[in-house]
Design a protein around this ligand. Sequence first.
Ligand code: AHM
Ligand code: MG
Length: 349
Amino acid sequence: MTLGEFIISNQKAFKYSSGELSRLINSIRLAAKVVNHEIRKAGLVDITGAAGDINIQGEAQQKLDVLANDLFKQTLINREIVCGIASEEEDDYVIVEGQNKTNDNKYVLLMDPLDGSSNIDVNVSVGTIFSIYRRVSPIGTPVTKEDFLQKGSEQVAAGYVAYGTSTMLVFTTGNGVNGFTLNPAIGTFYLSHPNIKFPEIGKIYSVSEGYFTHFQEGMKRFLVHCKELNKEDNRPYTARYIGSLVTDFHRNMLKGGVYIYPATAITPNGKLRLLYECNPMAFICEQAGGKASDGFTRILDIKPSELHQRVPFYCGSKQLVQKAERFMSEFSAEEKPYYDMVSNNDNTH
Ligand code: AHM
Ligand code: MG
């Protein structure tokens, strides 16, 4: 079954079936194929000049994350399919107006157009993450910040594109998670992973342990626990950290594991962005039977206050996330204010 056929046959299962959401997913599908095409040429940059340089046609080359942002934005704007866009690459949200300066669309889209982009130069997989909400402000008026600052539990759809050894589009509309693999020869996504479910018990942990010294006590003890020998519990676990959220998440969802970007003494709110990294992944995670929290609280229950706010992120197989949370509440509950009270919502890395 192709993605196009899937969308048509599942239209009724989409939360809102006016066809608008289907058209929006279709637009994402198109943009994903264009971005995929650009990414697959990335290794040739060495021949035509590094990003930021002047290429042989004398044109300035765009960095791929900026290019991906423009491609997704333009596709959505040209098709007049959303009323607003927020992106990791944009300081503020973008109001999308139709040709007559009005816009009757009801959805806003938030995205990280190219996550893990520092991996591009070394030929490692990257991804696009997106999150879709129904606007809360009146239809026909310009979108407001409140349309974007909704709890993750209000998401209508969320997904990611993994540009890996193959290109996959994985998404949920609140009715399970399905994965589609691109056949590059004909440019069509096929349903390859229907109804994906996280293995409840995983064996993989994905944490950047290089920051160990900056972690809270609970996280340190959890990591020691992961490495201890315990046959009943299948330990020691396996460490896998690519540093590309989409790729780490995707592997863990298929094989069973937990991804954690915790609070550190240097980055008290972690690194990842709540609105367009953690919320969409948390929605997919829960829809696949997994669990996502900030170590204490369910991600989807957090009321956002800023477009680019960061949050510690624990996400994956239920039992592993629960285990990490137990270590956090036993040893770091006292330290929790160290994440709550320090504001680290700037948009710089
Ligand atoms: P980015 O949005 O600048 O690409 O940062 C997000 C990425 C995630 O994909 C990845 O898991 C994390 O940053 C890696 O960070 P670190 O290098 O600190 O481990
Ligand atoms: Mg990112």
